[in-house]
Design a protein around this ligand. Structure first.
Ligand code: SF4
Ligand code: SF4
Length: 293
C-alpha cells in the first residue's frame, strides 16, 4: 500500500514539474547542445565537385564547379596525415563529390582511405546514376576495401530500385543516404553577403553540422564553406574565409582540434541564413539567387 501511495504522489509531482518548469526550454537547448557534441566525428574527403546532375541550390555548388578533380597526391597526403592524428577515433569516413564516381582515380582513392583507416566504416557518396556503367574493377575494389555505397535518391527518371539490386548482386553493401524525392526534402541554404547573421544561432541550428569537409590540405566544418570558391568564381561574390574558418591538415596534431572546429561557430557561420527554406527539387539555372539572399 505504501509503495502505491508514493508512486501516485511522485507522478503528480512529475506532471506538475513538466507543466510548470520555466527552465524546460533551456534544459531542452542544453540537451540538444550535448547531443550535437556527442555525435561521432565523420570526415568527408571531397574528390571532385563536378557532377552529372545539376540540382538547384546544391550545397557543393556543383552546377558552378569546373571539372577539376582533387589532386591525387594531395588527397593521399591528407589521408595519411589525418590517419596518423585520428587513429581509430573517427569511425566513419566518406569519399564525396559532386558525383564521386566521376573521380578518375576513385579505385586508388578507396585503397588509400582503407590503408589509412583500416577499421573504419568507409563510404562513397553517389547519386547512383553511373553505377550501372561501372566496370568490374570498381566492384571488386568496393568488395576488397569494404566500401559502402551511400546512394541518394533524386526525383529523376532513374530506376533506383534496380541499381540497389545491382549493388546487392555485386556483393557491395549500400545505404540509401537520403530520399530527395520526398516532399520537403530539398533545401535552399541562402548566404547573407552582408554577414549579418548571428554565427552562434546559425551554427546551433545548422543543418550541415557534422559534415566536416576536407579539400586539398584544408579542413572545413561543412561543404557550404569548403566549396564556396565555386560560387565566388562564378558570380564574383566575396564570401571569404578568416582565421578560424578552417584548419590546415599539416597543423592538426590532435583529433580534438577537428572536433572543436565542428562543434563551435566559425566566422563563416555569420553568412548562413537559418533555417534554410524548403524548396521544390529542380534543375539549376546557375543563378546567383539559388545560393545568395
Ligand atoms: S547530385 Fe548532389 S552533388 Fe550533384 S548537383 Fe545534385 S545535389 Fe549537387
Ligand atoms: S558555416 Fe557554420 S552555420 Fe554555415 S553551414 Fe557551415 S557550420 Fe553551418
Amino acid at each position: 500500500m505504501m509503495t502505491t501511495y508514493f508512486f501516485v504522489q511522485w507522478q503528480d509531482i512529475s506532471y506538475f514539474c513538466n507543466m510548470k518548469n520555466p527552465f524546460r526550454p533551456i534544459i531542452s537547448l542544453y540537451k540538444s547542445w550535448r547531443a550535437h557534441r556527442a555525435m561521432p566525428l565523420r570526415l568527408e574527403f571531397v574528390v571532385t565537385d563536378h557532377c552529372n546532375l545539376n540540382c538547384k541550390g546544391c550545397t557543393h555548388y556543383s552546377p558552378l564547379a569546373p571539372d577539376e578533380p582533387e589532386d591525387f597526391d594531395t588527397l593521399c597526403r591528407s589521408i595519411g596525415k589525418l590517419s596518423r592524428v585520428c587513429g581509430d577515433k573517427v569511425p566513419t569516413l566518406y569519399l564525396i563529390g559532386g558525383e564521386t564516381l566521376l573521380y578518375p582515380r576513385l579505385n586508388d582513392a578507396m585503397t588509400a582511405l582503407r590503408q589509412g583507416f583500416p577499421d573504419a566504416r568507409l563510404y562513397i557518396f553517389t547519386n547512383g546514376i553511373m553505377l550501372p556503367r561501372m566496370g568490374e574493377d570498381f566492384w571488386q575494389r568496393c568488395r576488397d576495401e569494404k566500401f559502402i555505397l551511400a546512394v541518394t535518391r533524386y526525383p529523376i527518371r532513374f530506376d533506383y530500385d534496380k541499381v540497389l539490386a545491382l549493388c546487392r548482386e555485386k556483393g557491395v553493401e549500400t545505404e540509401v543516404f537520403g530520399d530527395r524525392s520526398m516532399a520537403d526534402s530539398f533545401f535552399r541554404f541562402g548566404l547573407d553577403p552582408d554577414k549579418k547573421q548571428n554565427p552562434r544561432i546559425a551554427h546551433f541550428k545548422c543543418y550541415n553540422r557534422g559534415c566536416v569537409s576536407i579539400i586539398g590540405d584544408k579542413i572545413y566544418p561543412c561543404s557550404i564553406s569548403a566549396c564556396v570558391t565555386h560560387l565566388n568564381r562564378a558570380h564574383g561574390t566575396g564570401f571569404t574565409h578568416l582565421d578560424g574558418d578552417f584548419l590546415r591538415v599539416d597543423e592538426v596534431t590532435d583529433v580534438k582540434q577537428i572536433k572543436r572546429l565542428r562543434d563551435n561557430p566559425v566566422p563563416f557561420c555569420g553568412y548562413c541564413v537559418n533555417p534554410p527554406a524548403t524548396v521544390a527539387y529542380g534543375p539549376s539555372r546557375r543563378e546567383k539567387s539559388e545560393w545568395v539572399d
